[in-house]
Design a protein around this ligand. Structure first.
Ligand SMILES: *Cc1c(COP(=O)(O)O)cnc(C)c1O
Length: 431
């Protein structure tokens, strides 16, 4: 029998993570299913930002670099992310954007080790997030390499000794498909390639174990599941075997700014990279944005008391499964096709449905207070050319009744045909 709203209330009452919803300033009468694009506002953030502005900046001024610990923010926030992604303390720094960090790690990876002219390719997935492909293409051009795009299912057959680097996003931004990090990393290593993982849709959403998978480099995003706020700084990780080698001067990232220097306050004319991951820092951290991100990360620390990442993953799978079941039973005949893997182990924390009028349907849904988003079909991706409705399920604050209400509104939008109203076809700059 299709679950009722009452069944969903029962699930919420039994949810060990339910208290965490109280940590967020969620707007009234809104079901927010877009935490995979921009996470929501933690209640602690506004006061924390005010404190940094008024006290640390206003009163402490330059002294706050030491007294308020601003100078160690990159490493401190990195440590608060490390445990979410299977990295050790001191192995992650927070800096710059995901795009910039991708540039840094790809350049570091390309120039690591002995040059080998035979390794001509950077391999990535055709439907990877565009910024990853654009940056990879730039790096490839700078080094006379070629960016080769393949379908995820072809990866196994496309890896050979001509591949220098494999760059993949762990959870696909369109389909929500989750790749097998350990198996792909092992296959790439078997042919002598290095592997860079983009965790933009994984960190805080699914358990990640970079060390267990033996990955080489990773980057990820602060403003999605980590709830760091719009434009929050991103993070970067390198396996310690790359940063702690005896000849560690070898691991060079191209943006050799002073805060990635071994001793920035010696103000020497020559660049010497800092030890460990700190060399991936370039310039001065955005202190206000860092403070906001820290509030987002601290909620995950609290989640530890309620079961941590395993509990978050269990709930995320349950929320998504409920949504799939409700939509598929209630919206039958309305042209929705599930593009997210049905098998829970193969998906991240989002569910996408293809629909011929996906844009207008999503706008109508948003007008009803159910916020997901829309991604247009890509012409060069034959398997995924359809327009998608995307729904992110963030287990920190999404309730089972929210899922029920979202499916109910989607059903109403399609059943009444209200999406046909002209106002729902007007496109803004950001979809
Ligand atoms: C969101 C996202 C990014 C974002 O990059 P920015 O530099 O922060 O704009 C990068 N890669 C992937 C896979 C993403 O999903």
């Amino acid at each position: 029998m299709t679950p009722t709203r009452q069944d969903c209330s029962v699930l919420d009452a039994a949810d060990p993570l339910a208290p965490l919803r109280g940590e967020f300033a969620l707007p009234e009468s809104t079901v927010y299913l877009d935490g995979n694009s921009l996470g929501v506002l933690p209640k602690a953030t506004a006061a924390r930002i005010a404190q940094v502005v008024q006290h640390e900046w206003g009163k402490g001024l330059i002294r706050s670099w030491n007294s308020a610990g601003w100078i160690t923010l990159a490493a401190r926030l990195g440590d608060k992310i490390a445990w979410l992604i299977g990295a050790g303390a001191g192995e992650v720094v927070v800096a710059d954007s995901t795009s910039v960090n991708l540039y840094k790690v790809l350049k570091a990876a390309v120039t690591l080790g002995e040059p080998n002219p035979k390794r001509r390719f950077i391999v990535s997935e055709r439907s990877n997030f565009p910024t990853d492909l654009y940056i990879a293409d730039s790096v490839a051009r700078e080094h006379g390499l070629t960016l080769k795009l393949v379908d995820a299912d072809e990866l196994a057959t496309q890896l050979d000794d001509e591949v220098a680097i494999v760059l993949l996003t762990h959870v696909n931004y369109r389909t929500g498909r989750l790749l097998d990090m350990a198996a792909i990393t092992a296959a790439a290593h078997a042919v002598g390639a290095l592997v860079v993982w983009d965790l933009a849709h994984s960190a805080g959403a699914v358990p990640v174990d970079l060390k267990l998978a033996n990955a080489d480099f990773a980057v990820g995003c602060g403003y999605k599941y980590l709830n760091g706020g719009p434009g929050a700084p991103a993070f970067v990780w390198a396996h310690p075997r790359h940063t702690e080698r005896m000849d560690h001067e070898q691991l060079r990232q191209p943006l050799s700014g002073w805060l990635g220097h071994r001793a920035p306050f010696e103000f020497t004319a020559d660049y010497r990279p800092a030890l460990g991951i700190q060399r991936f820092v370039c310039g001065t951290p955005p202190v206000l944005s860092m403070a906001a991100l820290e509030c987002g990360l601290d909620v995950f620390m609290q989640a530890e008391r309620h079961g941590g990442m395993p509990a978050l993953r269990r709930k995320s799978i349950a929320l998504a499964a409920l949504f799939i079941e409700l939509v598929e039973t209630r919206c039958v005949g309305h042209g929705l096709t599930l593009v997210t893997p049905r098998e829970p182990a193969l998906r991240g924390s989002q569910v996408s449905f293809a629909h011929a009028n996906g844009f207008a349907a999503m706008q109508a849904l948003i007008a009803r207070g159910v916020i997901g988003d829309f991604r247009a079909g890509t012409a060069d991706d034959t398997n995924q050319s359809s327009d998608l409705l995307r729904f992110g399920f963030t287990p920190l604050y999404t309730r089972f009744v929210d899922v029920w209400d979202a499916a109910d509104h989607l059903h109403a939008v399609l059943e009444t045909g209200e999406w046909r109203e002209a106002r729902f076809s007007q496109r803004a700059a950001v979809t």
